[in-house]
Write a protein that binds this ligand. Structure first.
Ligand code: ATR
Length: 276
């Protein structure tokens, strides 16, 4: 029987997940289909019941359902519970279990380029849902020092307070972050600043960035945000959000099939689709 997977979100029409997973299913000769489901917030409960009733094998969850889905599931993995958001659900013998592959996907994409991640003094910009997944996953991975700058400092303080993993964290104001930037080996931009159409905006000045530092932006539209352009001009390493997207998908695919799929060709396909 053909296995069924999908992604639940609103909006969902522009999701690249169906293309990605269907490509991998075909590549590995797995008889399966991955479909986008447009699910309104008020219909999430019924949708999850339906997915379960007809024996869907697994699905991804995206905006705005990543938090709301948690009480509707039969179980949740400890990291996803700590992060407070689920992006991947696996049907394990009739029980729907929630996972979070956003943070781990981000880390896996970084590990390709940075071998001593634990030693890298890190600055996270932002304190929203994406920052939370990345901060908790990096702390769980053993990164020793992770500071946070966010427009609303209280939200950053809250993240620090709620992190269940051992990590040294300072909450910085913008001017402080800009002044101390040379201290950081790794800078991770998680806000929506710089996203199309506001492509001329950047969350901080990176005047003091070291050229042996590495800067990541979780945005992939545009492929190179202003902060990444400036970092590249300074000679620093850069990474956009395509890698994180592909790796969160690869980890979901692995949870469903046991196969960690190839990622290089997929990154190429997604980059091309995004005009790169
Ligand atoms: P996501 O799930 O994508 O992380 P989110 O939870 O809404 O989205 O978080 C958005 C992040 O971008 C927050 O850190 C937010 O800062 P605040 O906590 O101060 O709201 C940040 N952000 C969004 N627009 C911003 C702007 N114009 N200037 C500064 N920060 C902004």
């Amino acid at each position: 029987m053909i296995k069924l997977y999908g992604v639940a979100g609103d909006p969902i029409a522009h999701s690249m997940s169906p293309k990605m997973h269907n490509y991998w299913f075909e590549l590995y000769g797995i008889e399966a289909c991955y479909h986008p489901f447009l699910i309104k917030e008020e219909n999430l409960r019924d949708a999850v019941k339906g997915f379960k009733a007809f024996g869907m094998n697994g699905f991804n969850v995206t905006v705005p359902h990543k938090v709301a889905i948690i009480p509707l599931l039969d179980g949740i993995d400890p990291l996803a519970k700590a992060i407070g958001a689920v992006n991947t659900v696996v049907n394990e013998n009739g029980k729907l279990i929630g996972y979070n592959t956003d943070g781990p996907g981000f880390i896996k994409s970084l590990e390709k380029e940075i071998s001593d991640l634990e030693q890298r003094k890190t600055l996270i910009i932002g304190a929203g849902g994406a920052a939370r997944a990345i901060y908790f996953s990096m702390a769980e991975r053993g990164v020793g020092e992770i500071d946070i700058f966010n427009r609303t400092a209280e939200k950053a303080e809250q993240l620090k307070k709620e992190c269940p993993f051992d990590v040294k964290t300072k909450i910085l104001e913008k001017e402080e972050a800009e002044k101390l930037l040379a201290e950081y080996d790794l800078i991770i931009q998680t806000t929506s600043i710089g996203m199309s159409p506001r492509i001329d905006e950047s969350p901080i000045s990176i005047h003091n960035l070291r050229k042996d530092a590495f800067v990541c932006d979780i945005i992939y539209n545009p492929l190179k945000t202003k902060i990444l352009q400036e970092a590249e001009e300074k000679g620093a390493g850069i990474k956009n959000g395509v890698d994180m997207f592909v790796y969160q998908g690869a980890l979901a695919f692995e949870k469903w099939t046991g196969i960690f799929p190839e990622t290089d060709k997929m990154k190429e396909i997604i980059n091309k689709q995004l005009g790169g």
